[in-house]
Design a protein around this ligand. Structure first.
Ligand SMILES: [Zn+2]
Length: 189
């Protein structure tokens, strides 16, 4: 059994960035992060190689290791072209901006075809809206609301979110991850 060393950084603050076998992040949106337990387990199962470490160590009586901060899969997984439908990803597609009035605060979601009228929660029917616009539109159909969208909602590709993601980096990024994130963007002039 592995006993955590008594150091300051909590273990749950030490996730590992997971890279594909080509050393690009396995997933951007959301960023592929594994908790330290999964990372360590996959090292022992020989499924990943360690690319970089935290200073934080774990110890048992017979063994000690630094927690991995970046790991790479040994077998390549074909990345998916489309990101998952999540709240964050809808906001990111819409650049954290109300699609009706351009407001950037107090954001929620609006269903173009209201749920009460059978509208589904998917990429094509959900847009980012501020609370004021959301209330103003109420349960009306988009076509009957007299309100106008900046952009028709669409199902984005990972590349679409990449374009916007540069302006909205995740809250926590460990320094050892930087060489592997947004590298394709930084190569642009
Ligand atoms: Zn608005």
């Amino acid at each position: 059994m592995i006993i955590p060393a008594s150091e300051r950084v909590p273990l749950e603050k030490c996730p590992a960035l997971v890279l594909n076998a080509d050393f690009r992040p396995l997933n951007y949106y959301p960023l592929s992060l594994w908790c330290w337990q999964d990372a360590v387990k996959s090292v022992f199962l020989d499924r990943v190689s360690i690319v970089s470490n935290y200073e934080r160590k774990i110890r048992s009586p017979s063994f000690e290791m630094k927690l991995p901060s970046v790991i790479a899969l040994k077998n390549f997984i074909k990345p998916s072209e489309h990101p998952s439908f999540t709240r964050f990803n809808v906001f990111l597609r819409d650049k954290f901006t109300c699609q009706y009035c351009g407001e950037k605060k107090d954001l929620t979601f609006d269903h173009l075809l209201p749920k009460s009228k059978g509208g589904v929660t998917d990429w094509e029917n959900v847009v980012t809206a501020c609370s004021t616009c959301n209330v103003k539109k109420g349960g009306r159909l988009y076509s009957a609301s007299g309100m106008y969208l900046h952009q028709k909602p669409f199902r984005p590709t990972v590349d679409d979110l990449h374009q916007n993601g540069r302006n909205f980096p995740p809250n926590f990024l460990h320094e050892s991850w930087m060489d592997y994130l947004y590298w394709d963007v930084e190569l642009l002039p």
